[in-house]
Design a protein around this ligand. Structure first.
Ligand SMILES: NC(=O)c1ccc[n+]([C@@H]2O[C@H](COP(=O)([O-])OP(=O)(O)OC[C@H]3O[C@@H](n4cnc5c(N)ncnc54)[C@H](OP(=O)(O)O)[C@@H]3O)[C@@H](O)[C@H]2O)c1
Ligand SMILES: *[C@@H]1O[C@H](CO)[C@@H](O)[C@H](O)[C@H]1NC(C)=O
Length: 333
């Protein structure tokens, strides 16, 4: 039975991926992905988690090109030094820097926020982008299953600790924005409220999909609270499509062979993948808009269960307990 559920989770994830790839192939053949144009963003500050690789790197570079002060949050110092230099050279923007943040450690996240706040600069955009996919069963420093702990809880904690900075930096005519990167795999995800840590029967596919589903629920409930308090901060979630990055290093070898041979045709480039995040972060038409799931930069319906306010609230409360945050969400009910 359990083996069956592990196999089914894998099949569902592959089916979701195949559907997106097919849609992308059709689109590639009918004109492709036109490069969007965004207005310059002088004097605005962004944090991009996982900005050293893949979609995050492309996001950080595009935001830097728009003149933003970009802070890359990542967990590899030596890689980051090189990345910062490359982005500075490519964009001629020297306001690009790195701050260490291991999202698999709550201690490190708290230290990162402390270091960021010590800079006494505003924060207009937070891009929750870092992630791992289908890693073998492992736990974070705090003992959480890695997908859940890093992809989801890490960003839950980070966002909550940075909310006061975001609130202080947004204004009624120009809100601050939280952008969270989910995935089409959330459509096949299930929230295992009785076993969020996958202790009973580990499925790397199930665990990845659950983390991406949790991020959608989180983003919607965050927006619900922000709207209720009338704050000038918005929260949206984006789906970058299937993108040619190293995220696939843990997937079945056959998939990696296909990606190597046909990635150029079937997958989006990291630059194209980043447009979803950049759109949510700076596009004028997104001003004041929150609680959306954006796919190919368009408002799209996410999985039905993500709109379940009671489930959102339960997950929020559990997440507060797991990260040691005070749950103030009931105040806005
Ligand atoms: N690629 C796709 O097809 C696809 C599809 C849907 C959604 N997504 C989502 O897009 C996001 C970016 O993925 P990607 O494809 O660009 O993958 P990627 O190339 O593997 O990049 C992931 C980034 O996350 C960082 N990261 C990993 N563990 C971290 C930790 N403990 N602390 C801080 N940073 C950490 C990585 O840093 P290091 O390199 O230093 O480890 C890297 O910069 C992920 O959330 C992913 O779920 C991707
Ligand atoms: C950090 O990045 C460098 C350069 O990409 C790589 O060689 C090294 O293995 C990485 N370190 C860790 C701890 O992942």
């Amino acid at each position: 039975m359990s083996l069956l559920s592990v196999a089914l989770a894998a099949l569902r994830v592959y089916a979701a991926g195949a559907a997106v790839i097919l849609a992308q192939l059709l689109r590639r053949c009918c004109g492709g992905f036109p490069e969007p144009v965004f207005p310059q963003q002088p004097d605005r500050v962004a944090i991009v988690t996982g900005g050293t690789e893949g979609i995050g790197y492309a996001t950080a570079k595009q935001l830097a090109r728009l003149g933003m002060h970009v802070i890359i949050a990542g967990n590899n110092d030596s890689k980051a030094r090189d990345v910062v230099r490359r982005i500075q050279e490519a964009t001629l923007n020297d306001k690009v820097e790195f701050l260490y943040c291991d999202l698999a450690s709550m201690n490190s996240i708290r230290q990162f926020v402390h270091n960021f706040k010590a800079k006494e600069i505003p924060l207009h955009v937070l891009v929750n982008n870092a992630g791992v996919m289908m890693v073998p069963q492992r736990t974070t420093e705090d003992g959480f299953e890695e997908h859940f702990g890093l992809n989801y809880l890490g960003h839950f904690l980070l966002t909550n600790l940075l909310l006061d900075s975001l609130r202080a930096s947004g204004s009624p005519s120009h809100s601050a924005r939280v952008v969270t990167v989910s995935s089409a795999t959330h459509y096949v995800g299930q929230l295992h409220m009785e076993d969020l840590q996958f202790r009973r029967c580990y499925s790397p596919h199930g665990a990845y999909a659950q983390s991406k589903l949790a991020l959608v629920l989180f983003s919607y409930y965050l927006q619900h609270q922000l709207s209720a308090e009338g704050s000038a901060v918005t929260a949206n979630v984006v789906d970058p499509g299937v993108v040619d990055t190293d995220l696939y290093r843990h997937v079945f070898w056959g998939t990696r062979v296909v990606k190597k041979l046909l990635g150029w045709l079937l997958f989006k480039t990291p630059e194209e993948g980043a447009w979803s995040s950049v759109h949510a972060a700076v596009a004028p038409e997104m001003e004041g808009i929150g609680g959306h799931y954006l796919y190919n930069e368009k408002d799209t319906r996410s999985l039905a269960v993500t709109y379940d306010r009671e489930l959102q609230r339960q997950l929020w409360a559990r997440s507060c307990a797991m990260t040691g945050l005070r749950d103030t969400s009931d105040d806005v009910m």
